[in-house]
Write a protein that binds this ligand. Structure first.
Ligand code: DGJ
Length: 483
């Protein structure tokens, strides 16, 4: 073979190398990189036909390589149907079926079916749906409902509703352990106390269609709702929200070595409104490179329950330290095939910088609102409005997002009318008007400006249940992101 001439083997090898290179550059069809998709929070999510996804408060189940996303479609708080959507990448969801509807059973004609969860029973090969069941008008029945199907997206056959072993049951979830035992975890009522005063755990029967035993009470008189369970390694996590109706609140979790307990004390996660959400499920995503966890939250508009947003965030579980961490990301990436999550590079330019305010108490200095800890707060010395808090970023920075964790008081939850004011010189300010805000607890604003000084002008708070704003201007945390 002469110099300069290629053998067919060399040509084949070179072509293969070129193909691999192109594929590696993302020009091919099925690279690991191409499987990474972006989850964008705060927007209205549509299915692959362009229709709004209607799957509130449900869960995700993996069957083969397909993810099934179950959830409820309610119209103004009244049950319409439980839907299922399918996806392989966790971003593009195709509508599959309405697996339970108002006409699936007479008692569903006018009812509330909330927080539906579907689990799979490997022994019976049945998919079993559990949900919170109420009549169409109030929350007095406090029952669970059960339905079953031979396929993950079939028409589920309604089995009826009941109070587990006679106990009240409202916000609930079900969890299948690695040993095949399954559990119902539910907001119940202990010792004739208040409704939802204590959570109860029940073990399910072997076929998962009923409860077989009462396991125990958890969080005595703590009024926790919205349970969600995940297991990592040998650590069980039980996430909950505070009972505050549809308003967001401080989420908290407990850990244990077994579903039968003993459960630890509650630790907070996220900011004091769980980034304006209530949890409903944690999706475990296992792939070729690892396992990741998605916090699935509902952002309800308590004044209009049909106006609802899905909020999905990366959940970091350190099972040896038994901690859970939830940070806010307006968008982030997941690769379902690899089981990996990546978050965008960003810098909180406000963190630890010099903060000032209209006034501040000794216990709640201005610096508490940019100390990286949303559990501490800045508070003004009086309840007069408007009020302001400002951070000096030290030099002019390019800013693309401003996140604010706002004070709320349970029972008079308030949202804030505010303005973001920014300046390069501390003299001339430009205003972004957000007096149209109606989101409770946490706001995130996508912005684009250069500034050294960023001021939060708190114009007023609008309180649920109270026409008078009695709040003292208070901020838990302000984060000012740039690259
Ligand atoms: C309180 C919860 O926290 C809400 O998400 C919702 O489930 C309501 N209960 C209605 O049951």
């Amino acid at each position: 073979m002469g110099k300069g001439k290629w053998s067919s083997r060399q040509i084949w090898a070179t072509s293969l190398a070129l193909l691999l290179l192109l594929t590696g550059l993302g020009l091919g069809g099925h690279t690991a990189q191409a499987a990474s998709v972006t989850i964008t929070n705060g927007t209205d999510w549509k299915d692959t036909s362009g229709n709004p996804i209607q799957a509130n408060s449900g869960n995700i189940l993996k069957v083969g390589s397909t993810y099934y996303w179950y959830g409820e479609h309610a119209t103004n708080g009244t049950f319409d149907k439980v839907n299922v959507y399918t996806s392989t990448d966790l971003k593009n969801w195709t509508f599959g079926n309405s697996i339970l509807t108002k006409s699936s059973a007479t008692e569903l004609n006018s009812s509330k079916i909330e927080r539906p969860k579907v689990i799979y029973n490997a022994a019976t090969k049945k998919y079993v749906l559990w949900a919170h069941y109420e009549n169409g008008s109030d929350y007095s029945l406090a029952r669970v409902a059960v339905a079953t199907s031979d396929t993950p997206d079939g028409n589920f056959v309604y089995q009826g509703s009941f109070r587990p072993m006679g106990y009240e049951s409202r916000d609930m979830t079900v969890f299948v352990d690695t040993d095949g035992k399954a559990y119902l975890i539910t907001a119940s009522r202990q010792n004739n106390g208040g409704a939802n005063n204590t959570m109860a755990i029940f073990q399910l029967t072997a076929d998962y269609t009923n409860v077989s035993s009462f396991v125990g009470w958890v969080f005595d008189n703590a009024y926790r709702e919205a349970p969600a369970v995940v297991k990592k390694g040998s650590t069980y996590y039980l996430f909950t929200s505070q009972a505050s109706g549809w308003y967001p609140n401080q989420g908290a979790y407990a850990t244990a070595s077994s579903m039968t307990g003993t459960w630890s004390a509650l630790s907070p996660f996220g900011d004091p409104s769980a980034y304006a959400t209530q949890i409903h499920s944690i999706a475990t995503i296992s792939g070729s490179s690892g396992t990741s966890y998605i916090y699935m939250g509902d952002r309800w508009n308590p004044l209009n329950l049909s106006d609802h947003k899905f909020i999905w965030l990366p959940l970091t579980l350190n099972d040896s330290a038994r901690t859970a961490t939830l940070d806010w990301y307006s968008s982030w990436n997941i690769d379902a095939a690899a089981g990996t999550i990546s978050t965008p590079a960003r810098t909180n330019h406000a963190l630890g910088k010099t903060a000032t305010a209209i006034s501040a108490t000794t216990a709640n200095p201005a610096s508490n609102a940019n100390d990286g800890n949303a559990q501490t707060s800045w508070a003004a010395t009086s309840s007069s409005w408007p009020a302001w808090w400002q951070v000096d970023l030290g030099s002019v920075k390019s800013i693309n997002e401003v996140d604010i964790s706002w004070f709320m008081y349970k029972g008079s939850e308030g949202y804030y009318k505010y303005k973001i004011e920014y300046s390069t010189d501390g003299v001339n300010y430009t205003t972004i008007d957000r007096t149209n805000n109606t989101t409770y607890g946490f706001t995130t604003d996508q912005v684009s400006f250069n500034a050294r000084y960023v001021r939060i002008n708190m114009v007023n708070a609008v309180l649920h249940n109270n026409p008078n704003n009695w709040y003292t201007p208070t901020l838990y945390e302000v984060r000012v992101f740039g690259n």
